[in-house]
Design a protein around this ligand. Structure first.
Ligand code: PMV
Length: 327
């Protein structure tokens, strides 16, 4: 028996950092996925292998340890470990025969593109299927968010919701509710990403520290970010390309003011605009990681220029959330 599950990554269009202070955010699932394959093992161990990450190791659920030589890249295995543990504890079933798990990634890790949430959602879905248990999407998203909290200490529910449901979402600050945005038009985006990983927890701390030192300056910035997100929601609904691009540029300026920009990200952002993007900004926590460029009719040019500088690829919004099947 072999189970495969896939889940999409995500990009935040508007609202990173301000969302931490109760402001709204807009994010979309992207057509780049994480794929996980689970099959019964040949011994009692839970082996995990990822060709892209050049990671090979095994997990011990009893004492919750990850055994892997490639320490630099093995962090993502913690999400698999905690997900399997959660299923085992929650269902009362045990992986008696051990497992062979293969993890394939179409998105870079540590790039603010939701790889850890996608891995978590796909692992949970595959493990439920392995034990022939049904799980609805609401529960899947909730469990995945719990796993992210356990591994990271802090996480917004945006990434796990998008990896579960796909599509586009608006995170409402008042209720914490996740509202589906039905976008019936093509929003061509190009991602530029650096090899320097983004350390979300550290960047949240840096911003918080700045907010404490300059409350009268930073609080209005978060208010402005909120207005940007509200206006962007309208621009998305009205298909107003120019306004959407402009709002991205303004948002980027404010993220820069928070101190989460880097020279490399900045270079890519301006390069994208010079190559015809209507808007470009940091996506995610910053400090490394990725930018997004919104470039209707100019995808090829923007892609070419960004690739000459760093790594880049085009993305589309994906309506598909997590998919799982038994082979
Ligand atoms: O880089 P990411 O995808 O982890 O995004 C972080 C976005 C923050 O607003 C900084 C934190 C959060 O949990 O929303």
């Amino acid at each position: 028996m072999k189970i495969t599950a896939s889940a999409p990554g995500k990009v935040i269009l508007f609202g990173e950092h301000s969302v931490v202070y109760g402001k709204p955010a807009i994010a979309v699932a992207v057509n780049r996925h994480v794929h996980i394959t689970i099959q019964e093992g040949s011994d009692t161990l839970i082996h995990v292998h990822s060709p892209e990450l050049e990671v090979s190791g095994y997990l011990e659920l009893e004492d919750e340890t990850v055994n892997c030589e490639n320490k630099l890249k093995s962090g993502i295995l913690n999400y698999i470990l905690k997900s399997l543990k959660k299923i085992q504890d929650g269902t009362g079933s045990t992986f008696k025969k051990g497992l062979e798990i293969t993890l394939e990634l179409e998105i870079p890790i540590g790039a603010g593109l939701g790889s850890s949430a996608a891995v978590t959602v796909a692992t949970l879905a595959a493990a439920f299927k392995y034990f022939n248990q049904e799980v609805d999407r609401k529960k899947l998203a909730q469990l995945a968010h719990e796993v992210e909290l356990e591994v990271q200490g802090a996480a917004s529910p945006i990434d796990t919701a998008l990896s579960t449901y796909g599509g586009a979402i608006y995170l409402s600050p008042e209720t914490g509710e996740i509202i589906n945005l039905s976008l019936d038009w093509n929003i061509p985006l190009v991602i530029g990403h650096t090899l320097r990983e983004s350390n979300t927890a550290q960047l949240i701390k840096t911003v918080r520290n700045k907010k404490e030192r300059y409350p009268s300056i930073l609080n209005p910035l978060f208010e402005s970010m909120e207005q940007i997100t509200l206006e962007a929601r309208e621009a998305l609904t009205r298909k107003d390309e120019n306004r959407l691009g402009e709002l991205m540029n303004i948002n980027h300026g404010l993220l820069d003011a928070l101190g989460v920009n880097t020279p490399v990200l900045s270079k890519m952002i301006y390069l994208a605009r010079e190559s015809g993007a209507k808007g470009s900004k940091i996506t995610g926590a910053g400090g490394g990681g990725s930018i997004i460029a919104y470039c209707p009719g100019k995808e090829e040019e923007v892609l070419k220029q960004l690739k000459m500088e760093e790594n880049a690829f085009p993305i589309q919004i994906s309506q598909n959330g997590c998919q799982v099947k038994k082979i």
